[in-house]
Design a protein around this ligand. Sequence first.
Ligand SMILES: [Fe+2]
Length: 509
Amino acid sequence: MSRRSFLGTGLSVAGLTPLAPAVSRRTADPFELGVASGDPVPDGVVLWTRLAPRPLAEDGLGGLPPGRDIGVEWQVAEDERFRRVVRTGRATARHANAGSVHVEVDGLRPGREYFYRFRADGHLSGTGRTRTAPAPGTLPALTFAAVSCAYYEHGYFTAYRRAAERHPGLIVHLGDYIYEDSAEGDQPLPIVRRHSGGMCLSLAAFRRRHAQYKTDPDLQAAHAAAPWAVIWDDHELENNWAGRTPGKKTPGFAARKRAAFRAYYENMPLRRSTLRPGGRLRLTRRLHWGDLATFHLLDTRQFRSDQPCEDGLRTGCDARLRERRALLGADQLAWLDAGLRASRARWNVLAQQIFLAQRDHRLGPGTELAMDGWDGYAAERRRLTGSLLASGARNPVVLTGDVHVAHANELRADFDDPDSARVGVELVATSVASDGDGYHDPVAGAAVRAENPHIAHIDQRRGYVLCAAGPGELRAEFHTVPYVTRRGAPAAVSAAFTVPDGARSFGNA
Ligand SMILES: [Fe+2]
């Protein structure tokens, strides 16, 4: 969407075609993948769709006719029935971009709810609900959801729908939006539904995988409910990749990475500024929610050193302590530190992928740590917690995904010293579907907490985290669904924690 192709503002502009729900029977519905919005700022938001009348087409192009670019009209209105349209325009869904459309709307009012839709080939899309960020200097309350890890083969995406039903102002996705491989044969878990195609090794395969996920009605409902802020973890490319090192020792990693990055951009409501030369993506960015919250979105995959000691759970791995091992990398860490120092936000939310608190997996004597999480990068964790303390940034709250288990953690300058400085809190969202139904074992959870006193909560069921942030406190609720191998599970709050302003710890733990 270039500025030149923008048509004007409001229905009063002459020559503007209102998007009447005229449905052509001549062509298949190109809006099978739904609509989405993301990265809100005070005067705008990104609108997304991708035309794909046949989402599972093997070439990854969703059944778009070869070489044909398609004009797409879009509308933004203040009301759900589009009586008060405030912005409208025209974009092009290009065949070369797999029919994806990213519209960066501006000229909207801060802190407002809006509705949007698209029209193409005589078909009207579903309606999405979105929001602009509040103006700087204001402190309006925000409810946001944190979600992560949605393995399509392991279960239904009920947690996405239940999150959408709470009408959050923002949904933060912490990675593993797709899974590149198939669960077939490698886990003792039921396969609830199958991926089309095997392991993603090509651009066509990644595009098709994203398209298959986007056909899910619960995922579509969550995208249509609120703007999203997305970051990836490993499975958007492949399990446990680290910087230039593939997770699996299959050749062609650099090309596979470019393909995965490109497909990710095409399928997410991201700004064009995230695209970088050479097919790279920069997901490191900030979203400001007035003076209430700043979301520092981090990338813990692209710039890291390889996992030490051959990855996995390890005892006595000294390599994990090496000073020069990078996780965020020096540039990203400096960017974060500058942003923390400059922040005027009441809540400084770090959205990142992997488990930050130390976690000893071995009960009793001895220590066993996960090398893919921050425990594998101890010096860099010290640099991060040092920055969180020294910057004076108010109320650090870290959002984490990856481990498929809900946790509430208190972050310490030294996890082995309960009297060391309080850094902030970590809220770990469990998975939406990965690892199937899961379970809750309070006795085992208590044993883990006894081993790791800074861990206040642990739950192996599926769900999401819902946070209500206001000037005086942040309340985090862990919403849990009892099963995902069947559709339609109810969600219930299984635990809740309050973080008072200034406490850097849970008020009720
Ligand atoms: Fe995952």
